[in-house]
Design a protein around this ligand. Sequence first.
Ligand code: EPU
Length: 341
Amino acid sequence: MITTSYNYNLTAHNTFAMKVKCSCFMEYTNPEDIPFMLSTIRKDVDWFHIGGGSNLLFTSDFSGVIFHSAIKGKEIISETEDTILIKVGAGEVMDELIEWACDYGYWGLENLSGIPGEVGASAVQNVGAYGIEAGDVITKVYAFDTINREFISIEKKDCQFGYRTSLFKQPDEKGRYVIHAVEYLLSKVSAPKIEYPALAARFSGMNTENITPHIVRNEIISIRNSKLPNPQEVPSAGSFFKNPIISDIQFQNIVEIIGSTQFPHYKVEDGYKIPAAWLIDTCGWKGVRKGNAEVWKLQPLVIINPDKIATPQEIINLENDIINSVADKFGIILSPEVEHI
Ligand code: EPU
């Protein structure tokens, strides 16, 4: 079923609570609705598919059509003594799926607890937190290919999962595939992933045999609550910037500026990954407010809309000020993780 609304208010469809509208909003409940909806749109009209709107900044009203999947349902594809393979509708809320998996004792998604957004977007964005990424447990993505106009399934090996990216975000493929379901392989045998420093600290000394997915979930939610704004009360889009990967020369430059190597960094294949939170924090941005946009006081990677009245331009102004100040101090250009529409 397709529900079509015109001159539609998108405030409830973006967690930043930007008061923007689209000319037309189409929400659908079946995969078969996708080709039909697309066939109703004129070639010169822009369209964009949203998920939970948790990683988006609408920069103005959208003059085209916004699609939203309301495809629900979880189907067990196969099961062994140790594993379970499930196919989940793109419109399911990610955290509800995670809670369900934890209720049944299935391992694999619990570290993503509390993450906002929907199942379809989890594959596009390869959402990650606390040492895991959605792509670690995704085995297949079901989509409608808008170019060849056919339903296809894409195996994990072809999804090009990387840090906050996938095939579905590549510039030449962006918007081509409309995802309607995602398949996850979860473990029925104990498989806690608790190496992430904040988690390891909470579980130190505990016998891993006593840990359940729900125990990990509860810890993750408690860590998130201590650092991130409550999405129900404080509008934001989570991490606004990506953690940059810098060259050895840029790394040495930071060592000179700071006068030591005692700053958070992780060696990666092509250089060093530096937490953007640390760079922004060092430039003094925690809690700074400009107009109606503010840097979250506990995690400066997050820009908030504290009074729900910030305009897109106020968010962009703060974003640019942060980028410029980090560039001036460290010579590193931060890139937004949040997609600007
Ligand atoms: N740090 C500071 N000052 C701060 C906060 C952090 O210096 O105020 C430094 C600390 O050294 C800390 C390091 O930054 O050890 C990393 O911080 P954290 O462990 O909180 O992780 P992050 O790299 O800032 C990433 C994700 C988050 C995810 C957390 C936990 C990105 C862009 N962000 O943040 O994702 O929850 O790890 O895994 O990769 C999101 O995408 O919306 C999101 C919240």
